[in-house]
Design a protein. Structure first.
Length: 327
């Protein structure tokens, strides 16, 4: 298929681009600057200059495609207006070919509630209870699912992480950066809070499988790891990375959500949600089979890659790689 992707140089999008190209699809990616163009074209994708915040300038140049993937988000307060305006221009542009292209919209598990004391995991039928500031995602996904001229579909990723230090470590980056800088590791709220997690390569598999085999109107949770607490993750990171500095790193707690939001933005409220979810629908419908289900093995991979450089990677370098590869 010829697939148009927005957010193709970000944590999720770059993995999707690599996956689609590896499986013989033709990828056209939106690129808002020369760094993105260089990265995307080096991977083998074609590029279209443009920014999701200004779709009027590039939607008219969008060629006929078989599918589109929306994986672009900057987590700012402007995303409500940006996303609505993007869909206002993009949907008519996609629809004009008359071939009802597939359109995968990216939501997130933070649209779902804290599991509290419930014993039953959430699934795609669970009611939404979005983290403040993410309501625009519900508006957007409902819109694309109801549009008659496109085949709308939705994927809700868990907390996404990677294992290639030259790119973006995602959900693991903060603690690893702290460990490499020999700083106390921070965790949000109670050490027992569990986040749903998924490796970026597994998530890319899910996007491709949905493009190839998914039914219009369907939504899927992209979660591969459940039940791993933030306290346990921090202790494991300290174990794998703290010893490099000849020190055992203490773990501290960010108790106040307001403090986390002050440092990271309002999206950080999601870090305080205790969640447990099942991806049985994706497994049963699409044959999705995540390979990254052992966080110890993935931390060992990151550690080995850093050690192969023959020196400790500095916290500044990890932060630089994350910023360069994250939209």
């Amino acid at each position: 298929m010829r697939v148009f992707i927005m957010g193709g140089s970000g944590l999720i999008g770059s993995a999707i681009v690599r996956n689609l190209l590896a499986h013989g699809h033709d990828v056209l990616a939106l690129a808002r600057n020369s760094n993105s163009v260089t990265q995307l074209e080096a991977a083998g994708a074609k590029t279209l200059w443009g920014d999701i915040a200004d779709p009027a300038h590039w939607c008219s140049a969008l060629p006929t495609v078989d599918a589109a993937i929306h994986a672009a988000c900057d987590f700012t307060a402007d995303m409500t207006a940006i996303d609505a305006n993007l869909l206002d221009h993009l949907i008519p542009s996609l629809s004009r070919s008359g071939n009802r292209p597939r359109f995968i919209y990216t939501g997130g598990t933070w649209l779902y509630p804290d599991i509290g004391t419930r014993k039953i995991p959430d699934n795609e039928n669970s009611a939404f209870d979005p983290v403040s500031g993410f309501e625009w995602m519900i508006t957007g996904l409902n819109r694309i699912l109801s549009e008659p001229d496109i085949c709308g579909m939705v994927i809700h990723p868990g907390c996404v992480y990677g294992t290639d230090p030259s790119r973006n470590l995602g959900a693991l980056s903060r603690n690893i950066t702290e460990a490499c800088g020999l700083r106390p590791l921070t965790i949000p709220g109670r050490p027992s809070i569990c986040h749903t997690m998924v490796h970026t390569d597994d998530l890319a598999d899910l996007y491709r499988l949905m493009l190839e085999n998914g039914a219009p109107g369907q939504s899927y949770l992209g979660v591969a790891i459940n039940g791993l607490s933030v306290g346990k993750i921090a202790r494991k990171v300290a174990q794998y990375f703290g010893q490099w500095g000849w020190a055992t790193l203490p773990v501290t707690t960010i108790i106040d959500p307001a403090q986390a939001c002050y440092h990271f933005g309002s999206w950080a409220n999601g870090l305080f949600r205790n969640q447990y979810m099942t991806s049985d629908r994706a497994t049963n419908d699409l044959g999705w089979s995540p390979r990254h289900i052992d966080i110890d093995a993935d931390l060992a991979t990151i550690s080995t890659r850093l050690r192969s450089e023959g020196k400790l990677m500095s916290a500044d370098r990890i932060q630089s790689n994350n910023a360069a590869n994250d939209h």
